[in-house]
Design a protein around this ligand. Structure first.
Ligand code: HEM
Ligand code: SF4
Ligand code: SF4
Length: 530
């Protein structure tokens, strides 16, 4: 089976780079698609309330009231109508790109199935809300959509009386039909909000608001568009005549020309098949090797003091703090819900007991991943750095979703891979430097603002800055720590950043009159944690 994710990922990486160059740091819209979707929703809601106040239900009143706000009250009613339309289009755009991006990143399977699965009805609800809005205007476009949609729905044969009958003659269409339409146009968006709330139930601290500057810029863009190209109607509906040439809103109505050409059965078949395919996607191949072999985090109660840091840092709400079950003198213990755990390892990075300074036999923290344990991490560090020497040996700790560390080929540089950069307890940085395993520690992770595991980069930065527990100890020389947060195609940028960092290490050591940094552990030190 062709893996569509690769070409999509390639496109997104290029687009991301380009947007990075255009937008200020942290504003890249691709990193805030869900939040922008919500922003557009609120603009649609506020402008919709205003439009509703001026709207009249009725076969002639509907069109006239929309004309009034567009022409007579262009400066407010017209702007609100345009905002309503353009923000609705923006929502579709954000939603489609959001879906494609989550898909390309593989963020739809495993424990993430729930968020993906609950996103599928969102697609339908957004489309129904938008299309019902176009009906309400009751212009020629509305007439065209009404007839096409009614035919399509009638094919199901579930309505006592065919809907299309309402459009046979002008007299057949009554005001009650508009009341029903407006009810749909209000209830569906409210339902959408409810489904979006469910959509985010398994996402801890979801970003539902875009960066302020981006929000202001988006609103300014919508306003500019509303003044420059106001939304207008396309002549009153006339059921006695066939609508002439129509301008379509391609975001909502792009598939209507296709509906004209295909049979209703084929369009239903296509819509249902696409929905089922999307809904089933989390369980369909291909699965990544790492996903297939990953085990979820395990708690060792003997080492858990109930401090709650793992639960606070888990990006997927997979850890609950529950009353102590083992009689120890703590109130709480951590409990992992393996259905929610994505094996990111961030909890181990947060656990104060995951410190390499403990004796080897004792190095079992309160929580860890069996396939990337705290002990294995220390062994990896020791093994990887065994070939380093001099005052410029650098160990790179990197995550599985940024640039591929195995392709990094730099002299006197070793690397240790983690599922996420925040799976690294800061004490390992202290350990690597104070025990002389390396002259410098370099941290590499996903692009800032776009961490695969959502908070890996943010939590690591806060731990380094002493703003989040477990914080990196003050005694650790910060100038010996480098970092670069780059997307997976940023290998050459990563290599340059490491080389620059490495070049700065030797002069530092010389000016400090330091002993050669690399001093292997004394025999007894090895013995002390054997
Ligand atoms: C307008 C519609 C939508 C809005 C406003 C929206 C909003 C959001 C938000 C705010 C997040 C959390 C982002 C974060 O903080 O990391 C999110 C995540 C996600 N959404 Fe949506 N979403 C929409 C539609 C969809 C649809 C249609 C799908 C799929 C069919 C989908 C799939 C996902 C997935 C897979 C995640 C990632 C969860 C994770 O990282 O664990 N969303 N969405
Ligand atoms: S961070 Fe470690 S010690 Fe604290 S609650 Fe979680 S497992 Fe227990
Ligand atoms: S590995 Fe830990 S932090 Fe990551 S999802 Fe599982 S429980 Fe949460």
């Amino acid at each position: 089976m062709i893996d569509l994710r690769r070409p999509l990922r390639w496109c997104f990486l290029h687009l991301e780079r380009w947007l990075d160059a255009v937008f200020p740091a942290g504003w890249n819209p691709l990193h805030q698609l869900g939040a922008l979707g919500f922003f557009y929703y609120w603009v649609v809601a506020v402008s919709g309330i205003y439009v509703y106040v001026l709207f009249d239900t009725g076969t002639t009143e509907a069109y006239e009231s929309v004309e009034f706000m567009t022409v007579e009250q262009w400066y407010l009613g017209g702007v609100m109508r345009s905002l309503h339309r353009y923000a609705s289009d923006g929502m579709v755009l954000m939603m489609v790109v959001h879906v494609l991006r989550e898909f390309s990143l593989g963020r739809y399977r495993g424990p993430r199935w729930f968020t993906w699965f609950t996103g599928v009805p969102v697609l339908w609800l957004v489309m129904i809300a938008g299309i019902s809005g176009y009906w309400l205007v009751w212009d020629q476009l509305a007439q065209y959509i009404a007839l096409e949609t009614a035919d399509w729905l009638d094919w199901l044969g579930i309505f006592g009386e065919p809907i299309a009958r309402n459009f046979n003659t002008a007299s057949a269409l009554d005001d009650r039909f508009f009341t029903l339409l407006i009810f749909i146009h209000i209830v569906v968006p409210l339902l959408l909000l409810l489904v979006l709330w469910i959509h985010l139930q398994r996402v801890s601290r979801p970003q539902i608001n875009p960066k302020r500057g981006l929000a202001v810029g988006t609103l300014a863009m919508l306003l500019a568009l509303s003044f420059w190209k106001p939304a207008v109607s396309q002549g009153p509906a006339d059921l006695a005549a066939v609508p002439g040439e129509l301008g379509l809103d391609w975001f909502y109505l792009g598939f209507y020309p296709l509906m004209e050409r295909l049979s209703d059965a084929a369009v239903w078949g296509f819509a249902v098949a696409l929905t089922l395919l999307l809904a089933a996607l989390p369980w369909l191949p291909p699965m990544r090797k790492a996903e297939a072999t990953a085990n979820t985090a395990v708690v060792d109660l003997g080492n858990c003091n109930g401090c709650q840091r793992c639960a606070d840092d888990c990006p997927y709400n997979a850890i609950a703090m529950v009353p102590r079950s083992d009689g120890m003198a703590f109130d709480l213990e951590a409990r992992v819900d393996s259905d929610l755990c994505t094996s990111c390892g961030i909890c181990m990075g947060a656990c104060p007991t995951a410190t390499p300074f403990r004796r080897r036999s004792e190095l079992i923290p309160g929580i860890e991943l069996p396939q990337a344990s705290a002990r294995a991490l220390r062994e990896d560090l020791e093994a990887a750095t065994s070939g380093l020497d001099g005052e410029s040996g650098v160990v790179v700790f990197g995550c599985a979703h940024g640039p591929k560390l195995e392709r990094l080929d730099l002299p006197n540089v070793a690397s240790v891979a983690l599922p996420c950069i925040a799976a690294l307890p800061p004490s390992y940085i202290d350990y690597a430097l104070s025990r002389g395993f390396a002259a410098g520690v370099f941290l590499a992770g996903c692009h800032e603002g776009d961490c695969y595991h959502r908070f890996g980069v943010a939590w690591m930065e806060e731990r380094l800055a002493g703003e989040r527990d477990p914080a990196l100890r003050r005694r650790v020389p910060r100038e010996r720590i480098g970092q670069a947060w780059l997307a997976e195609d940023g290998l050459s940028d990563l290599a340059s950043a490491i080389e620059d960092f490495q070049a700065g290490l030797a002069p530092q050591a010389a000016s400090a009159g330091a002993e050669p940094v690399r001093k292997r552990l004394e025999e007894e030190e090895v013995g002390s944690h054997a």
